[in-house]
Design a protein around this ligand. Structure first.
Ligand SMILES: C[S@@+](CC[C@H](N)C(=O)[O-])C[C@H]1O[C@@H](n2cnc3c(N)ncnc32)[C@H](O)[C@@H]1O
Length: 255
């Protein structure tokens, strides 16, 4: 059963198999179809936005920071790897990534040559691991960090932005962020506050909230890389869980 009627923004039949939830998961309160409508819209919209961009930009390196159960590699990877030599770098914490690897093996997808699983902790010194996994910082890449900034300290977020700012011309960063609950429209605040409580209860508390101007202000941090770019707010979602998304382009390439 699908929650929403077609046409679908995103077709992903693999994510559920990968997650392999327990029987009766649809009856869980946090899975209520009506109550999760905004969150669902947010997740499928951001995923579709990123995936379209990866295809349109024509890059051969796609870095998924905090990949979680992202299934782009399984859905689109075979075709894009054959067509343009795309490599997908899934960067995530060692524990969740080891679990995902196991699931991929069990479901028969495995980890093909063009999919690189890179276990790191964004709070530490992780950048070198990407190059060790075959990432070429001299070639353009699309880097996505969706649903991740809230779990990191401000320092780790700033460091990540700084590192990405040093990538080759033609590179793009797409990120999402959560606004502080007190800034969110009153009708959306209860949902965001519930998400904050849920994250804390799950042992993965939200550590960082950003106002749109603050995420854009991370751009000056990129100057430390010596290759400054510009952050532009590409679009703004006023709904969902009080988030927004932004794109960063190295100058001199596309706009
Ligand atoms: C909510 S999931 C986002 C999944 C996916 N990117 C999306 O858009 O739905 C957050 C991901 O960030 C990862 N993450 C959280 N803190 C991290 C850290 N300190 N280092 C590396 N990954 C981290 C988690 O393991 C998880 O896979």
């Amino acid at each position: 059963m699908r929650a929403d009627p077609p046409p679908h923004v995103l077709e992903d039949d693999i994510g559920l198999r990968l997650a392999g939830p327990e029987d009766g998961w649809r009856e869980r309160p946090d899975m209520d179809v009506a109550a999760t409508r905004r969150t669902r819209a947010s997740i499928v919209a951001r995923t579709r936005y990123v995936e379209d961009l990866v295809v349109e930009r024509g890059v051969d390196q796609y870095v998924v920071l905090g990949a979680g159960l992202d299934t782009f590699a399984q859905r689109r990877g075979p075709e894009l790897a054959a067509e343009r030599g795309l490599r997908v770098f899934e960067v995530d914490q060692p524990g969740p990534q080891a679990w995902k690897r196991q699931r991929l093996e069990r479901l028969g997808f495995g980890v093909p040559e063009w999919l690189r699983l890179v276990p790191v902790d964004f709070e530490g010194d992780w950048w070198g691991r990407l190059a060790e996994a075959g990432f070429d910082p001299g070639r353009p890449a699309v880097v996505a960090s969706t649903g991740v900034t809230m779990y990191l300290t401000r320092e780790a977020n700033a460091a990540t932005f700084r590192l990405v700012a040093g990538l080759a011309p033609g590179s793009t960063l797409i990120t999402t962020f959560l606004r502080p609950p007190e800034d969110v429209e009153p009708d959306q605040r209860p949902q965001l506050e519930a998400a904050v409580r849920g994250a804390r209860a799950a042992g993965t508390p939200f550590l960082s909230f950003f106002r749109p101007a603050e995420i854009l202000a991370l751009a000056p941090a990129s100057r430390a890389s010596g290759r400054p770019g510009t952050f532009r707010r590409r679009s703004w979602t006023s709904g969902t869980s009080g988030g927004g998304r932004t794109a960063y382009d190295r100058p001199g390439e596309r706009s």
